[in-house]
Design a protein. Structure first.
Length: 174
Protein backbone atom coordinates (compact mmCIF):
# COMPACT_ATOMS: atom_id res chain seq x y z
CA UNK A 1 0.00 0.00 0.00
CA UNK A 2 1.86 3.02 -1.24
CA UNK A 3 -0.96 5.56 -1.33
CA UNK A 4 -2.45 7.26 1.71
CA UNK A 5 -5.83 8.95 1.86
CA UNK A 6 -6.76 11.32 4.68
CA UNK A 7 -10.53 11.38 5.14
CA UNK A 8 -12.82 13.25 7.47
CA UNK A 9 -15.60 15.78 7.71
CA UNK A 10 -15.06 19.42 6.66
CA UNK A 11 -13.16 21.22 9.42
CA UNK A 12 -11.57 18.04 10.79
CA UNK A 13 -8.10 19.28 9.84
CA UNK A 14 -7.26 17.32 6.68
CA UNK A 15 -5.62 20.27 4.90
CA UNK A 16 -3.74 21.31 8.06
CA UNK A 17 -2.34 17.77 8.35
CA UNK A 18 -1.34 17.71 4.69
CA UNK A 19 0.47 21.06 5.02
CA UNK A 20 2.37 19.79 8.08
CA UNK A 21 3.33 16.61 6.23
CA UNK A 22 4.71 18.69 3.32
CA UNK A 23 7.03 20.43 5.78
CA UNK A 24 8.07 17.18 7.50
CA UNK A 25 8.89 15.51 4.16
CA UNK A 26 10.21 18.54 2.26
CA UNK A 27 13.53 16.79 1.53
CA UNK A 28 11.56 14.45 -0.80
CA UNK A 29 10.55 17.47 -2.94
CA UNK A 30 6.80 16.90 -2.73
CA UNK A 31 4.79 17.94 -5.79
CA UNK A 32 1.10 18.83 -5.62
CA UNK A 33 -1.25 21.41 -4.20
CA UNK A 34 -3.34 22.49 -1.23
CA UNK A 35 -6.74 24.13 -1.25
CA UNK A 36 -7.73 27.09 0.91
CA UNK A 37 -11.14 28.46 1.73
CA UNK A 38 -12.00 32.03 0.83
CA UNK A 39 -14.28 33.77 3.29
CA UNK A 40 -16.12 37.06 3.35
CA UNK A 41 -17.62 38.27 6.63
CA UNK A 42 -17.16 34.81 8.13
CA UNK A 43 -18.93 32.99 5.29
CA UNK A 44 -17.17 30.60 2.92
CA UNK A 45 -17.51 31.99 -0.61
CA UNK A 46 -14.94 30.02 -2.58
CA UNK A 47 -11.73 28.07 -2.86
CA UNK A 48 -8.25 28.74 -4.12
CA UNK A 49 -5.65 26.13 -5.07
CA UNK A 50 -1.94 26.74 -4.46
CA UNK A 51 0.91 24.49 -5.53
CA UNK A 52 4.06 23.97 -3.52
CA UNK A 53 6.01 26.34 -5.84
CA UNK A 54 3.87 29.31 -4.80
CA UNK A 55 1.51 29.54 -7.79
CA UNK A 56 -2.19 29.88 -6.98
CA UNK A 57 -5.50 30.11 -8.83
CA UNK A 58 -9.09 30.88 -7.91
CA UNK A 59 -10.83 27.58 -8.49
CA UNK A 60 -14.41 27.94 -7.23
CA UNK A 61 -16.48 30.90 -6.07
CA UNK A 62 -20.12 31.79 -5.52
CA UNK A 63 -19.75 34.73 -7.97
CA UNK A 64 -17.79 33.10 -10.80
CA UNK A 65 -19.35 32.80 -14.25
CA UNK A 66 -19.47 29.08 -14.99
CA UNK A 67 -21.88 26.38 -16.12
CA UNK A 68 -20.17 23.89 -13.79
CA UNK A 69 -21.77 24.15 -10.34
CA UNK A 70 -21.30 22.04 -7.21
CA UNK A 71 -23.47 23.14 -4.30
CA UNK A 72 -23.37 26.93 -4.23
CA UNK A 73 -19.97 27.14 -5.94
CA UNK A 74 -19.32 27.81 -9.60
CA UNK A 75 -16.13 26.10 -10.79
CA UNK A 76 -13.57 27.47 -13.23
CA UNK A 77 -12.53 24.17 -14.84
CA UNK A 78 -10.28 25.87 -17.42
CA UNK A 79 -8.32 27.78 -14.75
CA UNK A 80 -8.06 24.61 -12.63
CA UNK A 81 -6.74 22.54 -15.55
CA UNK A 82 -4.22 25.26 -16.50
CA UNK A 83 -3.11 25.23 -12.84
CA UNK A 84 -2.78 21.40 -12.93
CA UNK A 85 -0.60 21.62 -16.06
CA UNK A 86 1.58 24.24 -14.38
CA UNK A 87 1.88 22.17 -11.20
CA UNK A 88 2.66 18.80 -12.75
CA UNK A 89 4.78 19.94 -15.73
CA UNK A 90 7.51 21.45 -13.53
CA UNK A 91 8.06 18.26 -11.61
CA UNK A 92 11.73 17.56 -10.98
CA UNK A 93 12.89 14.70 -8.84
CA UNK A 94 9.99 14.23 -6.48
CA UNK A 95 9.63 11.33 -4.12
CA UNK A 96 6.12 12.20 -3.00
CA UNK A 97 2.85 13.57 -4.41
CA UNK A 98 0.36 15.54 -2.31
CA UNK A 99 -3.19 16.43 -3.34
CA UNK A 100 -5.75 18.44 -1.37
CA UNK A 101 -8.36 17.27 -2.19
CA UNK A 102 -10.05 14.51 -4.14
CA UNK A 103 -13.53 16.03 -3.86
CA UNK A 104 -16.69 16.61 -5.86
CA UNK A 105 -15.56 19.97 -7.26
CA UNK A 106 -12.12 18.74 -8.36
CA UNK A 107 -13.61 15.60 -9.94
CA UNK A 108 -15.62 17.80 -12.34
CA UNK A 109 -12.32 18.00 -14.24
CA UNK A 110 -11.52 14.97 -16.43
CA UNK A 111 -7.87 16.05 -16.44
CA UNK A 112 -7.84 15.95 -12.61
CA UNK A 113 -9.24 12.40 -12.43
CA UNK A 114 -6.70 11.26 -15.06
CA UNK A 115 -3.84 12.84 -13.09
CA UNK A 116 -5.02 11.20 -9.84
CA UNK A 117 -5.19 7.79 -11.53
CA UNK A 118 -1.69 8.29 -12.97
CA UNK A 119 -0.31 9.34 -9.56
CA UNK A 120 -1.98 6.41 -7.78
CA UNK A 121 -0.44 4.04 -10.34
CA UNK A 122 3.00 5.68 -10.24
CA UNK A 123 5.80 4.10 -8.26
CA UNK A 124 5.82 7.02 -5.81
CA UNK A 125 3.58 7.54 -2.77
CA UNK A 126 0.52 9.77 -3.12
CA UNK A 127 -0.78 11.44 0.02
CA UNK A 128 -4.20 12.94 -0.61
CA UNK A 129 -7.12 14.28 1.33
CA UNK A 130 -10.44 12.88 0.17
CA UNK A 131 -13.99 13.88 0.92
CA UNK A 132 -15.73 11.61 3.41
CA UNK A 133 -18.81 11.24 1.20
CA UNK A 134 -18.67 10.68 -2.51
CA UNK A 135 -19.70 8.35 -5.30
CA UNK A 136 -18.20 7.45 -8.66
CA UNK A 137 -14.50 8.27 -8.93
CA UNK A 138 -14.24 9.16 -5.22
CA UNK A 139 -15.58 5.81 -4.01
CA UNK A 140 -13.51 3.97 -6.67
CA UNK A 141 -10.32 5.57 -5.32
CA UNK A 142 -11.24 4.58 -1.75
CA UNK A 143 -11.81 0.95 -2.83
CA UNK A 144 -8.38 0.52 -4.41
CA UNK A 145 -6.20 -2.16 -2.85
CA UNK A 146 -3.12 0.09 -2.89
CA UNK A 147 -4.59 2.77 -0.61
CA UNK A 148 -4.64 3.07 3.15
CA UNK A 149 -7.29 5.41 4.60
CA UNK A 150 -6.67 7.46 7.75
CA UNK A 151 -9.86 8.93 9.26
CA UNK A 152 -9.35 12.28 10.94
CA UNK A 153 -11.48 14.21 13.44
CA UNK A 154 -10.66 17.43 15.29
CA UNK A 155 -9.97 15.27 18.37
CA UNK A 156 -7.61 12.84 16.58
CA UNK A 157 -5.77 15.33 14.35
CA UNK A 158 -2.56 15.50 16.43
CA UNK A 159 -2.26 11.76 17.01
CA UNK A 160 -3.01 11.20 13.31
CA UNK A 161 -0.03 13.40 12.42
CA UNK A 162 2.24 10.95 14.26
CA UNK A 163 0.55 7.92 12.63
CA UNK A 164 0.78 9.47 9.17
CA UNK A 165 4.41 10.54 9.63
CA UNK A 166 5.38 6.96 10.56
CA UNK A 167 3.36 5.42 7.69
CA UNK A 168 4.82 7.83 5.11
CA UNK A 169 8.35 7.41 6.43
CA UNK A 170 7.95 3.63 6.03
CA UNK A 171 6.71 4.09 2.44
CA UNK A 172 9.55 6.42 1.50
CA UNK A 173 12.26 4.28 3.06
CA UNK A 174 10.91 1.03 1.61
Amino acid sequence: MKNILISGLPGAGKTTLLKRLCVIFKEFNPVGFVTSELTEEGNRVGFEVANLYGDSKLFAHVRLKSKVIVGKYKIDIKAFETFLDLTFSREKKTGLYVIDEIGKMECESKKFTKIITTLLDSGKPLIATITEKGTGFISDVKKREDVQIFEVTEQTRDIRLKDLTMAIRNLLLD
